[in-house]
Design a protein. Structure first.
Length: 412
């Protein structure tokens, strides 16, 4: 708390008159978007939140002075008054609490809604034996989160926004994904990529744009490493998206990361045990290793065999068909099954042109089961391509399409 301050508050009572009233309170902090409201604690211990615009100029100047002093004090004791966590985006974030409140503030910040954050602090404050300084700081943070509740704020990525702002971001991002599909139909992969990138940034909680980008890189650009990057981003945002987990695992097999692939196949099967495509991919993994087309350690191969056995004996899935060779399977979010090799074979012959509309390729892309392809051998990703197949793939992740909910993990 930062001392007592007598405030003259101007309230607009009517169009022609102002009502002036005074009170004494302990200034706590400024809150709200743009820090446009001040919180005070009254003599009876209760608090009041007042818009800064309603205060007299002299009071606003005094609040600014106290707020600046608090910031300077915080900066001087940075190691004691701030902690760092990894935010939902993966970036480090600084939270204005001491180390003793790091756990509760982290849970509050990572909550989906401000109401959930308030619940975290109420449980924390209700603990027995909580030190007085921690209780006082926790009460101040509780005021902060209650202000967010009043404003109806929810988390969007690393930011706390109003529900209207969130809905607007979701709508605009959905429009961008739809427009990316239209740009693909018009043959401009470069512009489509920019639309998907912007949509991903605009709505950091949704994996739709990255899911579509992953399909494009694998089925069209034949770049499994880039496909893996996008499917991995989907999994970070949507950890129980079994479709993305399966596709990420396929890309990892193709990129010579079978040890990582097996873990993601396992997660996909735990979430969606009835998925025949996951069982087929495990069988394809064993077959590819047997034929020497991919190197897998004995340990990973043994674990793959155990998971494949479980798929057949416990989940009742069918063995891999005898006419399948390198056909690893990708999944669309509507349950569409894409045979990676077959889909690529349908699209690849139509790739012509100078590459001006191509998705950017890495210096060494991967094709097939991890075999290197030099840049000179790569075919431009978009240019004179028949988009029928890729538009069909894009439809599987269009916002608003009929999609089954991702199956939650089953209780043991």
């Amino acid at each position: 708390m930062l001392g007592w301050l007598a405030l003259a508050v101007l309230l607009q009572a009517s169009a022609s008159a102002d009502e002036k009233w005074d009170f004494q309170g302990s200034f706590v902090s400024v809150v709200g978007s743009g820090t446009d409201r001040a919180v005070f604690r009254l003599a009876d211990g209760s608090t009041v939140t007042i818009p800064l615009a309603a205060l007299s100029p002299a009071s606003r100047r005094e609040i600014a002075r106290l707020s600046d002093a608090a910031k300077a004090s915080s900066a001087a004791g940075e190691g004691e008054s701030r902690v760092t966590i990894r935010g939902p985006s993966g970036k480090p974030l600084q939270l204005p609490v001491p180390a003793s409140l790091k756990e509760v503030e982290s849970r509050a910040f990572l909550s989906r809604t401000a109401k959930d954050a308030v619940t975290e602090y109420e449980k924390f404050i209700g603990r027995e034996g909580l030190a007085a300084p921690d209780r006082e700081m926790a009460n101040e943070r509780l005021l902060h989160w209650r202000t967010f509740v009043e404003e109806g704020r929810v988390r969007l990525g690393d930011a706390w926004v109003t529900q209207d702002e969130r809905r607007d971001c979701e709508r605009r991002a959905s429009d961008m994904v739809r427009h990316a599909v239209e740009l693909l139909r018009l043959g401009n992969g470069s512009l489509a990529r920019e639309e998907l990138r912007d949509a991903s940034r605009l709505n950091p909680d949704s994996g739709k744009a990255d899911f579509l980008a992953g399909l494009l890189y694998v089925l069209v650009a034949r770049n499994d490493a880039k496909g893996a990057e996008h499917f991995e981003e989907v999994v970070v945002r949507e950890p129980t998206n079994a479709y993305a987990l399966n596709n990420l695992a396929v890309c990892q097999v193709m990129s010579k990361q079978s040890h990582l692939a097996l873990g993601n196949f396992r997660k996909a099967m735990e979430i969606m045990p009835e998925a025949q495509a996951v069982a087929d991919n495990l069988g394809s993994m064993i077959r590819a290793a047997s034929a020497g087309r991919v190197r897998i350690s004995a340990k990973v191969l043994g674990e793959c065999n155990g998971l494949y056995r479980t798929a057949l004996s416990e989940h009742g899935l069918k063995p891999l068909s005898g006419d399948r060779t390198d056909g690893f399977t990708l999944l669309g979010e509507d349950g569409t099954v894409w045979d990676r090799m077959t889909a690529s074979a349908l699209i690849q012959p139509a790739m012509q042109g100078d590459g001006s509309g191509a998705l950017p390729q890495s210096s060494e892309a991967t094709s097939g089961l991890g075999d290197s392809v030099s840049p000179k051998e790569q075919t431009p990703a978009f240019g004179g391509i028949d988009f029928q197949a890729i538009i069909q793939a894009a439809q599987s992740v269009l916002p608003g399409s009929q999609q089954p909910a991702v199956v939650p993990p089953q209780d043991p």
